[in-house]
Unconditional design. Structure first.
Length: 387
């Protein structure tokens, strides 16, 4: 048989989804596994959102929707973007899609062979694989714990060049939970203008933030014209299974993304878009309740890790992950395998987020307090056994 494409061979399975599947399989086999791996709120989708989808289904909204999304939803999103994110968005600047597919479309629309894309390291597991499809060359931008996991601007100045076409930004960050300061965003914005590159700002965790303020880079200076902002309903409204998000960008770019959307997924299901409208209109109190509970768990988990000799944790200011450094010199994939198979606790290897994530594990606190504390006990035992 002739070989499959080189790019398909080059990309790995998603580390986060792989562990989720392995955890499911072990649970099905009757094993007692505590899952602190995948980033998925353990809360039920708020009832008014579910009711809106049911109502739309009953009304027969089961056919194609406009490829850019329902006008009512795009208007609602544009309003949210203006009011909360301080960007001058109108409905022409919004495309409803699946957030992860949005990242793929941005990459396909902007990057080509010979271009360079700068990605955060540690950074979410899918940024690099998605960029590989485009044929562009990716350059990791390291972020170190001693800098609060914000990228070093000096380092960025060294790696940026006329070939840089796109920079991927993710604040609050998956996997570190870092929330970038305005001065970091401002420095990135200045470089974007000097070197004329686009910024893709993944703001999926903007609502899950503890004691800090989220700033959209598109609201800084002239960044609006070169920023593509990604967001979705999964994390803020516990809607991971609904697969709906959106892109905010200048209308000339939205036109290009729309072509790709038409040629790939066509549109998002209309009944899900109806539910998304209700999420934006009525979801705030539910999100706030979840955020408070995540914060309570975050503090408890940080305190518990603080008692351990085998693990050191960076205190996250956003998202629902703790990026923790372990002591042994085993690589993070081996450590995770050991914890899962021998101690029944699933976490994500730091190495799957880039070379600068090696030596760490990502612990998701999107699980009940009881499970988190039991999971941390298991992690402590499992790591102590490796000492
Ligand atoms: N983004 C989440 C995570 O990092 C969900 C899984 C995924 O799409 O990667 O766990």
């Amino acid at each position: 048989m002739k070989p499959i494409s080189r790019r398909a061979r080059r990309i790995p399975h998603s580390a986060t989804l792989r562990i989720l599947e392995l955890t499911r399989k072990l649970k099905e086999q009757g094993q007692d596994i505590i899952s602190l791996s995948v980033g998925e709120p353990d809360f039920k989708t708020p009832q008014p959102i579910i009711d809106a989808a049911k109502e739309a289904l009953d009304k027969g909204e089961t056919h194609y929707a406009p490829s850019r999304g329902l006008t009512e939803l795009r208007e609602e999103i544009a309003r949210k973007m203006r009011e909360e994110n301080k960007v001058p968005a109108e409905k022409e600047n919004i495309l409803v899609t699946i957030a992860k597919h949005g990242i793929f479309m941005v990459s396909e629309a902007i990057l080509q062979h010979g271009d360079e894309v700068i990605v955060p390291d540690p950074g979410w597991v899918s940024y690099i694989p998605i960029s590989i499809f485009s044929g562009a060359h990716y350059i990791p931008l390291p972020a170190y714990e001693h800098d609060g996991f914000e990228p070093s601007i000096e380092h960025l100045q060294e790696i940026v060049s006329q070939k840089t076409k796109l920079l991927v930004l993710n604040t609050p960050s998956n996997p570190t939970g870092a929330v970038y300061h305005k001065k970091t965003l401002k420095a990135i914005a200045d470089l974007a203008e000097d070197y004329d590159f686009y910024v893709m700002s993944d703001e999926i965790y903007e609502k899950l933030i503890y004691g800090r303020k989220h700033i959209s880079i598109a609201s800084i200076g002239n960044m609006w014209e070169r920023t593509i902002t990604l967001n979705g309903f999964s994390k803020a409204y516990a809607m991971t299974g609904w697969r709906i998000g959106w892109i905010t960008a200048p209308s000339n770019l939205i036109d290009v993304f729309d072509k790709i959307q038409q040629q790939t997924i066509t549109c998002n299901p209309p009944f899900i878009q109806r539910a998304a409208i209700v999420a934006l209109r009525e979801g705030k109190p539910y999100t706030e309740k979840m955020r408070k509970e995540f914060n309570r768990r975050r503090m408890a988990a940080i305190d518990r890790i603080g008692e351990m000799m085998v693990l050191d944790a960076f205190k996250p200011q956003g998202a629902f992950y703790i990026f923790a450094k372990y002591q042994t010199d085993m690589n993070s994939f081996e450590v995770v395998e050991h914890l899962l198979r021998e101690y029944g606790v699933a976490v994500t290897p730091g190495g799957s987020f880039g070379v600068h994530g090696e030596g760490y594990i990502r612990i998701s606190y999107a699980n009940s307090m009881e499970k988190i504390l039991e999971g941390l006990d298991r992690i402590e035992k499992g790591l102590s056994a490796l000492e």
